[in-house]
Design a binder for this molecule. Sequence first.
Ligand code: PEP
Ligand code: MG
Length: 322
Amino acid sequence: AADTGVAVVDEAVETTDGHHVEVAANVGRPEELSAAADRGADGVGLFRTEFLFLDRESPPSEDEQYEAVCEALDTFSDGRVVVRTLDIGGDKRIPYLDLPEEENPFLGERGIRRSLDPDSDLFATQLRALMRAAADGAGELNVMFPLVATVEELEAALDAVDSAAADLDDRGVAYETPSLGVMIETPSAVFVADELAARVDFLSIGTNDLTQYVMAADRENERVGDLHDPVHPGVLRAIRHTVERAHAEDAWVGMCGEMAGDPDLTELLVGLGLDELSMSAVTTPEVKTEVSQTEYSTASERADRARHAATRSAAQSTIRDT
Ligand code: PEP
Ligand code: MG
């Protein structure tokens, strides 16, 4: 890649001792899809569907959403595309949806909470679009739900998937139920990660929100920027707990927050046991190179030291200088 001086690596990467880690890209704007392919991403680890709702006056139709997801699946015909269902509220606003003002929007009706609103058909429409795309697009579709805090929410989301399947059956339209996953972004989701993982195929850790909620430090407030740092041992322990519980339930676990795209943290994240790292396409070549230069056994030992540290600076000091 020209701007980082690091060569694009198109093939899958593994550590020097043969441990595979998938390196995927986050897609939050239409042009980022081709950027992800150009930068050698293995797939898409976070397709932010909010962008399909921006710069217009009404929600996209089922067909429009279907087309957009098929395009992503056709771009990564040999790979995995992880689509996140609509994640609005908090920092993510869509003017025409006319969301209620909330005193604490980050603790309000965000993510899956809004999708489960019984007065809205946005979620049902989106699920039908996704399930049709799963059948028709070339790549492997995975769908995940944002900001889940409870098993009840996940079960309601899974019921909505079943209802979408029944609707498509009634219409006689081809569809497939994609692999399903949960984003781990709330402390509660970390604590019940075993229960969540038992009900889905994968977990994906959203460290932007998880750090905000574990540290009680607003992701947008620079005055608490030092606290909003995922290298704090509290966050590292939450990540490791999630990985252990996911693997015990035979679920794979990825990370799609900003942390995943910091090449200085790649060894730490590989050592914590993440199966997939998803980031802005810009850093995929660097992170792939880092993975291929990491020794998994050493990384695991260092990651154990980092998470058992008492302070951020002690955790930081275990991280290899790159
Ligand atoms: C996250 O919270 O880490 C995440 C990936 O989602 P977003 O940044 O879109 O909230
Ligand atoms: Mg988030």
